[in-house]
Design a binder for this molecule. Sequence first.
Ligand SMILES: Nc1nc2c(c(=O)[nH]1)N[C@H]1C(S)=C(S)[C@@H](COP(=O)(O)O)O[C@H]1N2
Ligand SMILES: [Mo]
Length: 235
Amino acid sequence: MTCSSRLTRRRLLGLGLGGGSSLVLGGCALNGFSTAVGQASEPLNERVEALLQGRGPVPEFRRDQVDPAALLVNSINGTPEIDPGRYRLAVEGLVRRPLQLELAALAALPQHEIVIRHVCVEGWSAIVAWSGVRLADVLTLAGPSPLGSYVYIRSADGYLESWDRASALHPQTLLATHLNGAPLPAAHGAPVRLASPIKLGYKLSKWVTGLQVVASLGERRGTWEDQGYEWFAGL
Ligand SMILES: Nc1nc2c(c(=O)[nH]1)N[C@H]1C(S)=C(S)[C@@H](COP(=O)(O)O)O[C@H]1N2
Ligand SMILES: [Mo]
């Protein structure tokens, strides 16, 4: 990663967490551009960052760079119990075909692996291999309306997230079912969690049970966002 991370540094600084982020963002100095963006309102911020994201795929790591011990568990509310046989992923909202997908339906879709750095704002990061299906493939199955600019992501532990459409459709944004080549452990979000190199850890919902395509966000935007964390949270 290069200084494309400078916006993130600004963001982490905004959270008072700049120190802990230096391992990830070393060498990237704050400059006038990121300061100006930081002072702009969120919609502009979102546009600028979406533009930056148009730079192509995020470079990945090699499989031998994965450090399983570095991935900590970070959960607000413990580990919910999910019976894999009864699990369904609901896809609803502004879609032509609302879906209730069993795990077998996800397993039947094309599988992808990403080897990326997971970055938590609490000051730790870990190189992780996630595999599963593209969120884009699942949304496309449901036929999202062009008016659906955002996706709410609901989780079994009550965690809430919301993503912009472009980030949700990014080819490296996965609904992961496997971690480092093995089925996802319960504490890391089994049976299905989000994984992506373009967002901070708190955007990557574990125990995902529902996707809702919407035209605009309501009063609630996310568990942490509603407490002041930045909404776009791009890396
Ligand atoms: N459902 C749910 N998803 C969640 C969280 C959570 O508490 N509940 N914590 C988030 C945070 S802050 C981080 S850093 C990552 C941690 O993922 P891990 O526990 O697999 O390392 O999950 C994110 N997704
Ligand atoms: Mo986090």
